[in-house]
Design a protein around this ligand. Sequence first.
Ligand code: GAL
Length: 711
Amino acid sequence: MHPEALPRTDDLRPVTEWSSLSRGLWRATLGQMADEVRYTDLAAEPPRWATLAALPEVPFPFADGDVRVGLTPDHKVVIRLPLGPDEKVYGLGLQLDGLLRSGQVLTLNMDHWGTGGGRTHAPVPFYVSSRAYGVFLNTARFTKVYCGVGNRLGSPANPEPVDRNPPADEPQPGPWLALPPGDAVEAQVNAAGLEVVVIGGVTMLDVVCRYNLYCGGGALPPLWGLGFWHRVHAEFDADQTTREVAEFAARGFPLDVIGLEPGWMSKSYPCTYEWQRKRFADPAALASDLLAQGVRLNLWVNPYLSPASRIHAEMTPWAGSHLVWLGLVPDYTLGTPRRLLAEHFRREHVDLGVSGYKIDEVDGYDCWLWPDHATFPSGTPGETMRQTYGMLLQRLLYQDLFRAADRRTYGNVRASNGAASAYPFVIYSDAYDHREYLTGLSAASLCGVLWTPEARSAGSDREWLNRMQTVCFSPLAMLNAWASGEKPWSYASVADAVREVIELRMRLLPYLYSAFAAYCFHGVPPIRAMILEDAASGGACRRAGRLDGQANPYGLGSLVEATDQFMFGPSVLVAPFYGSQATARQVRLPAGVWYDFYSGTRVGSAETIQVDANDLGNRIPLFVRGGALVPMLAAPVANTRAACGADLEIRVYGGREGAFDLYEDDGSTFAYQQGAFRYRHLRVVDGVLSESVSAGAGPALFGAAVARVMG
Ligand code: GAL
């Protein structure tokens, strides 16, 4: 449709272009989309249509004509989606300050995490409503979203105006509100076209699953990706790296991946992607020596190409108009530069045994990215490039390098966006607030990305332990010592407790790998916000504000939201100690009966309990839903290589019965995409385990299983 056919914003017209894509998925293409990039154009894998088609039918969530669209006088699309009086809106990307977005205005521009307001590492334009539907604005543009903020002239839902300073004897219809509630989500997309996808569901979790399935399903890391990661100091050389790895073994700390930071490269910021031979004389020998110990190498990169790189001359015609750190910004929407970089990486790293990358600096701030008006050879606008550069790099590494070589990868990225759920890259940040890092685990689960609350250093032993415990219950258990040089054992009084939680992470590998399989095939986030489990347990409330002429001139209240606990896999609730709650905290238990993970004793049901670090022997608070099985390795292992074939202990909580479908495949290649996997259907009846294996060509991964009734 031609943009002029969209009405001006004071006169929005109903959207009638909906086409049904699958069960619970409707799409409308509005205005001029021919030149726009959709996030789904950059997805790692195609939609999982067969899985979507088998889900229950759900009705379109809006009444006919209730979604409306128009164009601003300066040709930007505006969309208006109705919002009920008690309806809540969650998500809109990896926001580290909370999940609930009602009453907020968000500027969804790619950026480093700052002070909130929408700019973040993954400003995904997807929200989930408490009424169990979602809306995905599938256009790679800066987007501003008004969530129940703003009152349109003539709307019948507008509240009565109230006098803010009435004489004492004049009754008012209610209190004066600084933000009279709006009756819609309105968004302005910085383009003359928009693709909008509406996603229905039975529950909020179902909506998120369908979003992920539409985006290609979730990522399935190689098994080794779920082990423990350590990134060494940026200036380490090969000997120091080797010694650090040896120290892990000597001290009995598990290790699967060692990450090298910028100093591995001959030049960085901008980057050559070639080895610094003064530090790494024989990288192939280092990689194979590490691999022989079951440890893999991961390399830090940023995408800005140094004039000292061997591929610089060939890449120059494919670069954008501006430099970043004086390096080229290649246009990776195009095939030739994609191939050039993939080939360089293959030759320099992957052929040597490098297992993956950390893609840094793809987010912002403004002052160290290209300007919005930068141009690129493909004609892709600078703004679209900014929204998608992290995804372009993920696509290049995942599709051109690793999938092409039939080797799974797992790594880090500092920027991602819509439709990224199938990419095996985990977002991290330079922000370091423990509470925000916890919130990130929940926020990521609402928008199809993975997040690691990496540990870097701490102000006290207790803080170190709390951070290490948190990260061990995340998608990527990583210590990033690039600046601090810290080791897991650096804080002596908690070194044993840190080892213990890393060992627990390793023992939980069978359980966690199955959770990732559910993400991959069914879109279920492996680590999830409590509101996806039980909307009431993540409850938010607004505290009344106090008028203050200097600090709070509108008397605005503050939002209190419970985002400091989360679900890990199907049935484990994690409530880490953090910040001001360093050794004691409250835990909100959802409906169902919950049991202490360690002892199996009943702790409560649909209630708030108090937990104390002393009572837990300084372990992280973990609770298991009654009736659940938790398959674990029977004993800790030094790395995932030792986990393969290892015996299992199947913990039974809340009685003597339970069931769990344990996923197994080869743990490292893409053969699972051709059906080379299997499920072990574990059943415990009266404390006795039996198992049957699904028909399928998949290999075994773990060893023999024995049930252990807890409590
Ligand atoms: C930062 C990144 C850190 C570290 C550092 C190296 O931007 O967030 O994790 O890699 O660069 O220079």
